[in-house]
Design a binder for this molecule. Structure first.
Ligand SMILES: Nc1ncnc2c1ncn2[C@@H]1O[C@H](COP(=O)(O)OP(=O)(O)OP(=O)(O)O)[C@@H](O)[C@H]1O
Length: 584
């Protein structure tokens, strides 16, 4: 098993502890205490049922009908309390699990989405595979396994302690002669149960050990297989246009082959285990009676005591087995906790990276001002832009140009506070006055209304206003679908998506608009229409655009040319005449 060292325990405790000290701590502790109480109560009823065995079977042996009926009524009462406690123990346990999971999910989601960590994890730290899986599956497993393992162990220890005493008291000593000596084994049934349980669980562990690793791999292979299909779904059009079905099919079947092959290994292993555990469990029914029978036939004990011994033996053996068997469960729990720990460590790594690289100072101000801004690649050496200085008022418009891959988007990323590599100062108006439109228009899953008000628009904006906007954006055919929830990014053309993204500007009216090739999929006429509308409706808003087309020049007053190797030049765009032709 992986090591339960100090570091592991400290990190795992750090994941467990906060919930029990949070604002939900009262209800959490109350639920936990009730669950523990119910578990102990169940053990107590088991002890009473064990005593009942004695009376019931003695009544049968003595053909005592009255005692028989009294025992039946006693059993009904015990069974009633057992059922109520068992049902509520499970119900409250699940309630605690889902509450704890909800709290942890919220915490992890916050951490992941806070300070753009999700973005930086993806771009700068590839070792965090599938954060989605960590937050959905691993948190679920962690919570359920932590509770079930600790409660299961508590239950087993208390059961073991209660029944070892009973078994010791009722089993009596076994005496036999060996080489002429009289050997007396006190409480011999206890030793028999310990021997039986340890033997059984040891063999189970030996046969079942490879299953831990196999089950872990099965989860991973299933996730890979699922993810490959999700990728096809997301890129269905591209795959269809390329006609890549054969290649995809082959790839999916290669992925599925891992699932198949691993499952086959699990099957074979489980069959081996099945031979043993079925036999072991069957023998467990007869074994204690067999071992206790000499005293029964010697008339030292009655049928009642014999059955009581058998039941107590079963309890001791099964709780001991649980404790020894918790080995694979603990290994599984360790693996889950490890994945959550690495996730947390990677988040801290990114936070450190952000701190270390915070040589780009971003401060609030009324207008945009950039002072001595140098932007580097993530190697922290290769320059994209050196010592950039520029300023922009609210009424000005800046066009950023340069060849592909030269660093235009990276400058926008830096202004947005996403790019940590470099140094210098950026003075920017407050975040709620800015709107960034990225190169790939992002349409969240939801209605067209949700798409348009994303991320911070007014949710109560009237349908009429949205309809008018859609009409003005040449999207009249969408006005009857305003409230239709859909994956719009899969339905609308790229140009239509850029229209919608642009629509956000007219609806949300930001004072500062940053656009990274936000009209690249539109024809020149549509692009002009949008920029004209922008000029008319948001005449007091500053615009910073990245673009390749010369037709964009007429909508801007300044031009920043990024030349490569850190070089740049900033120029004022001057009109030659009013016929929309320009030199810069
Ligand atoms: N996460 C990253 N890790 C390493 N290099 C990166 C990363 N992101 C961008 N780059 C590199 O930075 C350079 C500038 O990229 P950027 O996206 O800013 O170019 P661009 O001028 O916007 O290009 P285009 O006009 O094609 O959109 C490119 O060489 C790119 O490969």
């Amino acid at each position: 098993m992986k090591q339960f060292n100090k570091e592991f325990l400290r990190d795992t405790w750090d994941i467990i502890k906060p919930y029990w000290q949070s604002e939900e701590k009262k209800i959490a502790w109350l639920l936990l205490i009730i669950i523990i109480f119910l578990n102990l109560f169940l053990v107590f009823i088991n002890v009473l049922i064990n005593l009942w065995y004695n009376e019931f079977y003695n009544a049968l042996q003595e053909l005592n009908a009255q005692a028989f009926w009294v025992a039946i009524i006693q059993f009904c009462i015990l069974a009633f309390f057992y059922i109520v406690a068992a049902v509520y123990s499970l119900y409250l346990n699940q309630m605690l699990q889902i509450k704890w999971r909800k709290w942890l999910t919220d915490k992890f989601l916050k951490k992941w989405l806070d300070k753009k960590i999700y973005y930086h994890l993806q771009v700068f730290n590839n070792s965090t595979d599938n954060p989605d899986q960590r937050i959905s599956e691993d948190l679920n497993l962690f919570v359920s396994q932590t509770l079930n393992l600790s409660l299961g162990l508590l239950n087993s220890v208390v059961t073991l302690a209660s029944f070892v005493g009973i078994l010791w008291a009722i089993s009596g000593p076994l005496s036999f002669g060996i080489f002429g000596y009289e050997v007396v084994v006190p409480g011999y049934m206890v030793w028999a149960a310990i021997f039986y349980a340890i033997f059984g669980t040891w063999i189970t562990a030996v046969i079942g050990k490879p299953l831990i690793d196999l089950n872990f791999k099965q989860q991973m292979y299933e996730a890979n297989f699922r993810f490959s299909m999700v990728r096809i779904r997301e890129n269905s059009e591209s795959v269809a246009l390329y006609g890549g079905e054969k290649r995809e099919h082959k790839h999916l079947m290669t992925n599925f082959f891992d699932v198949f092959e691993n499952y086959w290994k699990i099957m074979v292993r489980q069959k081996m285990l099945g031979w043993f555990t079925s036999g072991y469990n069957q023998i467990a029914i007869i074994f204690p009676i067999l071992v206790a029978s000499p005293r029964f036939f010697a008339r030292e004990i009655q049928l009642g005591a014999l059955m009581q011994i058998a039941q107590a033996f079963g309890q001791v053996q099964s709780s001991l087995s649980y404790i020894v068997n918790s080995y694979p469960s603990l290994a599984n729990w360790h693996a889950v906790a490890d994945r959550l720990r690495t996730f947390e460590h990677n988040i801290s790594f990114i936070e450190e990276l952000q701190q270390k690289n915070n040589r780009i100072l971003i401060k609030e101000s009324e207008n945009l001002r950039v002072e001595n801004l140098s932007i580097l690649l993530p190697d922290n050496k290769t320059p994209l832009i050196n010592q950039l200085n520029l300023s922009l008022n609210r009424s000005e418009r800046l066009l950023i140009v340069g060849s592909s891959g030269i660093g235009k988007s990276t400058l926008i990323r830096t202004l947005a506070g996403l790019w940590p590599f470099g140094e210098g100062k950026i003075f920017l108006p407050p975040k709620d006055k800015l709107l960034f439109l990225p190169q790939k228009p992002y349409l969240p899953i939801g209605s067209l209304r949700d798409v348009l008000i994303y991320p911070n628009g007014d949710p109560d904006v009237s349908d009429d206003k949205i309809k008018d906007l859609l009409i003005s954006l040449n999207l009249k055919h969408l006005i009857n679908h305003i409230s239709e929830v859909n994956m719009w990014s899969q339905i609308l053309s790229l140009g239509e998506q850029q229209y919608l993204a642009f629509g956000r500007i007219f609806l949300q009216k930001p004072e500062w608009v940053f656009m990274d090739e936000a009209t690249s999929a539109l024809d020149e006429k549509s692009e002009r229409m949008l920029y004209d509308k922008l000029k008319n409706e948001l005449s007091n808003s500053a615009v910073i655009s990245v673009g390749h087309r010369s037709s964009l020049l007429s909508y801007h007053e300044k031009k920043l040319i990024i030349l490569g190797a850190g070089k740049w030049s900033l120029e004022r765009i001057s009109y030659i005449n009013s016929e929309k032709s320009f030199i810069s």
